[in-house]
Design a protein around this ligand. Structure first.
Ligand SMILES: NC(=O)c1ccc[n+]([C@@H]2O[C@H](COP(=O)([O-])OP(=O)(O)OC[C@H]3O[C@@H](n4cnc5c(N)ncnc54)[C@H](OP(=O)(O)O)[C@@H]3O)[C@@H](O)[C@H]2O)c1
Length: 337
């Protein structure tokens, strides 16, 4: 198989590290790999497939001989460098929120809308982590019995905010256990032994931007512009793995057994559901794995067409790096690079 010249922008970050691991584990066809970050990390050495690679500062000249550029360095960096990379014919797969809602940029979860990769014009957006795991679990059900409305409450790990937040949880936990004062830096309040119903900025309608992203991105990926959606996104003191409680209203009633049967065959999903032995998905069990885990599947006693479920996935893998690499694999497979 042909090998591709791959670049990672944000290679030193949490998602960047997961990109490297996932490329190695999936034996991605690489002719070369270049690692980019900010000037702070230039000169640092990282290993890819046992080979030591020097991290370089990202500049407008970084993409000259690149076929696939995996971006994960925040929206500002993507806004500036992605169009430059796309102009010299690199396919950009962007993890930030910079282009997700641009009408000319596909927003793709390969288990749901792989064919949307076809109309890319050099940039494909990777959705928000919470959106990805929700649509992987919802779409197989929606295909059988269209979803009219769903509400979701998320329990999101601190790794979703990046390396600084992971460090903050550790530091604050030690301080709290030692009975010492805590001064928050990354979040507006203490995150150790606490939960914060605030992810991203607040909007005029009272929702946060993270909650609004879940609504808009889900509609775009599932091609369902009228689906009614409401989200409450909450940060919890967990390192890796986002959890979601989802209440779904279908067009027709759906029995939990039918939902389990559909989800058991769905791509990327693993049903873990046996309340009799306290078996249900948990973030620690999802961390480091590729699946979207679904459990606690039950009838919603508040609505005749309702179903409730609990969905957990590794936010750094399926929520970020893995989904982006699956997009690249999809484009290669279909010959649309
Ligand atoms: N974490 C998740 O679960 C998740 C999920 C989906 C999407 N994302 C998105 O992925 C992006 C990165 O997340 P992360 O968790 O990996 O964050 P992170 O751990 O804080 O890492 C940030 C990365 O961006 C690089 N960077 C910062 N400023 C730069 C610049 N001016 N030029 C080039 N590189 C620069 C950093 O390089 P230095 O080492 O040089 O500072 C580092 O490699 C964000 O856009 C985030 O929204 C994250």
């Amino acid at each position: 198989m042909k090998g591709y010249n791959v670049a990672i922008v944000g290679a030193t970050g949490l998602v960047g590290q997961e990109f490297i691991k996932t490329l190695e584990q999936r034996n991605f066809p690489m002719a070369s790999i270049q690692l980019f970050a900010s000037d702070r990390s230039a000169g640092k050495k990282l290993f890819v497939n046992h080979q030591e690679i020097e991290v370089k500062e990202t500049t407008p000249d970084s993409f000259q001989r690149v076929d696939i550029a995996l971006f994960s360095a925040g929206a500002e960096v993507s806004h500036f460098f992605s169009p430059i990379a796309a102009r010299v014919k690199a396919l950009v797969i962007d993890n930030s929120s910079a282009f997700r809602m641009e009408p000319t940029v596909p927003l793709v979860v390969p288990e749901v809308n792989p064919e949307d990769t076809k109309w890319h014009k050099g940039i494909i957006a990777n959705p928000n982590c919470s959106t990805i795991q929700a649509v992987v679990a919802l779409y197989p059900l929606h295909k059988v019995n269209p979803i009219k409305r769903f509400t979701v409450a998320t329990y999101q790990a601190v790794s979703g905010t990046g390396a600084a937040a992971v460090e903050e949880l550790t530091t604050q936990s030690k301080l709290a256990l030692g009975g010492q004062d805590i001064v928050p830096h990354v979040y507006p309040h203490q995150i150790a032994f606490n939960v914060l119903p605030e992810i991203d900025v607040f909007l005029d309608n009272g929702y946060t931007k993270e909650e609004q992203k879940m609504v808009e991105e889900t509609r775009k990926i599932m091609h369902s512009k009228d689906m009614a959606i409401s989200a409450t996104c909450v940060r919890v003191p967990v390192y890796i793995g986002h959890s979601e409680a989802i209440q779904i209203e279908f067009t027709e009633p759906m029995l939990p057994e039918e939902a389990k049967r559909i989800l058991a065959r769905a791509p990327g999903v693993k049903v873990v559901d046996d309340p009799s032995v306290s078996l249900y998905p948990q973030p620690w069990m999802a961390a480091g794995t590729d699946k979207v885990f679904v459990g606690r599947i039950r009838k919603d006693i508040s609505h005749p067409n309702g179903l409730v479920m609990w969905v957990v996935a590794d936010n750094l893998r399926k929520g970020a790096a893995l989904n982006a690499i699956q997009i690249a694999e999809e484009v290669i497979k279909r010959g649309w690079l």
